[in-house]
Design a protein around this ligand. Structure first.
Ligand SMILES: Cc1cc2nc3c(=O)[nH]c(=O)nc-3n(C[C@H](O)[C@H](O)[C@H](O)COP(=O)(O)OP(=O)(O)OC[C@H]3O[C@@H](n4cnc5c(N)ncnc54)[C@H](O)[C@@H]3O)c2cc1C
Length: 468
């Protein structure tokens, strides 16, 4: 009996939720499906290592992955005690304001104790810790080295009834039925193609590309370090500078250094060029910290960083199908929102399923409701990433949007420049901005009376000074 037939037999005695992809979005989707279905299967293309480690299906794993406070809160809600477990495995609790030294040129952002405390650890450790929790549940099974090839439907094509699978070891095809299929297969998701094969329209896409390149290297963290920070961030002074970098303490007494270049100013991947890029940042502190540190990894690069939103919320989807994570909202990773938006998606899915099963026994209407709810709940994250990235769009940016920047774009570009200038002198504004960044406050807080009047005061004072 094939592994698919075995799983089919095991799930035939109750309701079954199936998740495509075991990245962070897939794992969190699986966790909430356990609240509503008798059995859950996670189908993963990669062979999943039985221990902590990188894998090819998630090439971003080797790059620094900061967790936002809101994401951490949701993880703790779904997996109580996870934060302590991560810390036990070496993750470093980091106050995002007091433990982080953020520099722009010669200026440091204000530092003070805050509630924005999150574990700093590698993406591998986080993914492995979540997967380990799920592995303990006997109602859930991972089918790894297995690729979803297409969606299966009922005769009328109105309902998804399961998936066709390829065993990547034996190259055998098989099928698995499910009441709900959740696509969490990331940026490379084939859901539009799968829908098209079933004669459904494909989602329209909105793209904003700041042409950001990532380059990352891991180091041994020096044991006797005379530093009052756990994370050191050197920011670019956009839009005049494209370069920035972050050095963060991780488990295993390591540092991870990621260098970023916007507007196609891609950081090099050769030894000398990489360090030279670090030296060229607006402040030398980061270069000085790593120049004599011992590298423990190659230099990794990643460039597919455009913001891409697939508008599933505008479609009429087949019943029994949902899409979440990067498969819907792929955001520029520079802002560190991806794992948190995946977590928000999981909570929305849980809520939608809760409501559904309170009023009905089947899933009719769930797909469209969920996609609409998801689009609404992630609007703020999309706005934060894309508004910031618009700074990099030229007045006529044919390569990304193909249209002229409108007055909103121009205004938000100017407002951002003012906000950046304000943060250095106003701890209160900086804390507010960090709370927005960590998604515990909505971006509208940036336009509230107090914040906006601080910005206006700054513009006014500058005008007066110039006049004199
Ligand atoms: C360079 C970089 C840095 C980042 N830094 C941060 C950060 O600091 N903070 C943060 O929160 N986020 C960060 N992110 C984003 C974050 O990695 C993702 O947003 C988040 O993990 C959610 O991804 P996902 O689970 O939707 O997709 P993925 O992590 O891409 O997972 C998709 C999974 O689906 C599997 N799969 C694909 N197709 C199939 C198929 N047909 N059948 C079966 N399985 C399939 C893949 O193998 C993979 O395991 C970063 C991303 C990048 C690229």
């Amino acid at each position: 009996m094939s592994k698919f037939e075995k799983r089919q037999q095991a799930v035939s005695n109750g309701s079954h939720g199936l998740v495509i992809g075991s990245g962070i979005a897939g794992l969190l989707a699986a966790r909430v499906l356990l609240n509503h279905f008798a059995f859950v299967t996670v189908v993963e293309r990669d062979s999943l290592p039985g221990k902590l480690g990188a894998r090819s299906g998630v090439p971003q794993t080797v790059h620094s992955h900061g967790l936002l406070k809101r994401g951490n809160n949701i993880l703790e809600q779904l997996f109580p005690g996870l934060e302590a477990e991560l810390v036990g495995a070496g993750a470093i609790l980091t106050d995002q304001i007091s433990d982080t030294l953020t520099l722009i040129q010669g200026d440091a952002f204000p530092r003070c104790a805050s509630d924005l405390i999150v574990p700093s650890c590698s993406r591998s450790l986080l993914e492995w810790s979540i997967r380990s929790r799920l592995l303990k549940c006997d109602r859930l099974q991972f089918l790894d080295a297995t690729q979803v090839k297409k969606l299966l439907t009922d005769e009328t094509k109105s309902r998804i009834t399961g998936v066709q699978l390829l065993d990547r070891d034996t190259l055998q095809l098989g099928e698995l039925t499910a009441d709900l299929v959740v696509d969490a297969s990331g940026r490379q998701s084939h859901a539009p193609k799968w829908l098209e094969e079933l004669s459904y329209p494909t989602p329209a896409e909105t793209k904003v590309n700041a042409f950001l390149g990532y380059t990352t290297r891991w180091y041994d963290r020096p044991q006797h370090l005379d530093a009052d920070w756990k994370t050191l961030l050197v920011m670019s002074k956009s839009p005049r500078e494209s370069r920035s970098g972050v050095l963060a303490a991780m488990e295993g007494n390591r540092w991870v250094l990621s260098l970023y270049g916007f507007n196609r100013d891609y950081p090099p991947t050769d030894e000398e060029g990489f360090l030279e890029f670090a030296r060229s940042l607006s402040n030398l502190a980061l270069y000085k910290a790593v120049k004599d540190a011992k590298p423990v990894s190659p230099i990794y690069s990643f460039r597919n960083t455009e913001n891409r939103l697939r508008h599933y919320e505008k479609l009429k989807l087949p019943e029994g199908f949902a899409v979440m994570g990067d498969a819907v909202f792929a955001l520029n990773p520079f802002y560190g929102q991806g794992m948190t938006t995946a977590a928000i998606g999981a909570i929305e899915l849980d809520r939608c399923l809760d409501r559904q099963f309170r009023s009905r026994t089947d899933l009719t209407g769930l797909s469209d409701r969920f996609q609409q709810q998801l689009a609404q709940s992630l609007q703020a994250a999309w706005m934060m990433a894309t508004n910031r990235d618009r700074v990099w769009l030229s007045p006529v940016d044919a390569t990304t949007t193909g249209k002229k920047l409108n007055w909103i774009d121009r205004l938000s570009k100017q407002y951002w420049q003012e906000v950046e200038a304000l943060l250095k002198s106003s701890p209160e504004s900086y804390r507010s901005l960090m709370e927005i960044r960590h998604m515990v406050k909505t971006p509208t807080a940036m336009f509230n009376l107090k914040f906006a009047s601080n910005v206006a005061k700054q513009v006014w004072n500058r005008k007066i000074a110039n006049y004199k």
